[in-house]
Design a binder for this molecule. Structure first.
Ligand code: MG
Length: 159
C-alpha cells in the first residue's frame, strides 16, 4: 500500500461559483482560479499522484494550458485516477479535510461523497469528506479563501 498527501487553496472572490467535490455550493463568492478551482478535487488528485510518485497536478495539467480554463475538476480527477489504474493500482481510501469559514458544507457532503466515489471508482465507505472552519483565524478565518488537505492510499490490483 502507498500513501499520498495533497493540499490546495484558492482565494475567494465575487462573481465566481463555488464548486467543491464536484458539487455547486450556493455562495456569494467562489474561487479565483484558472479551472473551476475545486480544492477538494485538486487536493485528492495531488495526493493520488504523490502516492505513486507521479509528480504534481501543475506538471500534469499546467494552469498556463488553455485546455484547463474553467475546467471541470472532476474530469481532471478522473484523468488522475486513470493514471493510477494504468499503473495497476486502485484507490483504497481517501480522507479530505476542507477549511471554509462559510457557508456550512455539512448539507452538501453526501452529494460530494457520491461524486467523488464515482470519480475514484471507490466504494462509499472508502471516501471521507470532512469540513471545518478556521475559527475566524487568519485569512481563511476572514473568509478570504478555501483550502483542502487530502490523504489517499492506493494498492496494487490483486490478480
Ligand atoms: Mg487548485
Amino acid at each position: 500500500m502507498r500513501i499520498g498527501i495533497g493540499y490546495d487553496i484558492h482565494r475567494l472572490v465575487e462573481g465566481r461559483s463555488l464548486v467543491l467535490g464536484g458539487v455547486h455550493v450556493p455562495s456569494p463568492v467562489g474561487p479565483l482560479a484558472h479551472s473551476d478551482g475545486d480544492v477538494i478535487c485538486h487536493a485528492i488528485a495531488d495526493a493520488l499522484l504523490g502516492s505513486l510518485a507521479l509528480g504534481d497536478l501543475g506538471t500534469h495539467f499546467p494552469p498556463s494550458d488553455p485546455a484547463w480554463k474553467d475546467a471541470d475538476s472532476v474530469s481532471l480527477l478522473k484523468r488522475v485516477v486513470g493514471l493510477v489504474l494504468a499503473r495497476n493500482h486502485v484507490v483504497v481510501n481517501v480522507d479530505v479535510m476542507v477549511v471554509l469559514e462559510h457557508p456550512k458544507l455539512a448539507p452538501h457532503i453526501p452529494a460530494m461523497t457520491r461524486v467523488l466515489c464515482e470519480a475514484l471508482a471507490a466504494p462509499v465507505d472508502a471516501v471521507s469528506v470532512k469540513a471545518t472552519t478556521n475559527e475566524g483565524l487568519g485569512s481563511l478565518g476572514r473568509g478570504e479563501g478555501v483550502a483542502a488537505w487530502a490523504v489517499t492510499s492506493v494498492d496494487r490490483c490483486k490478480g
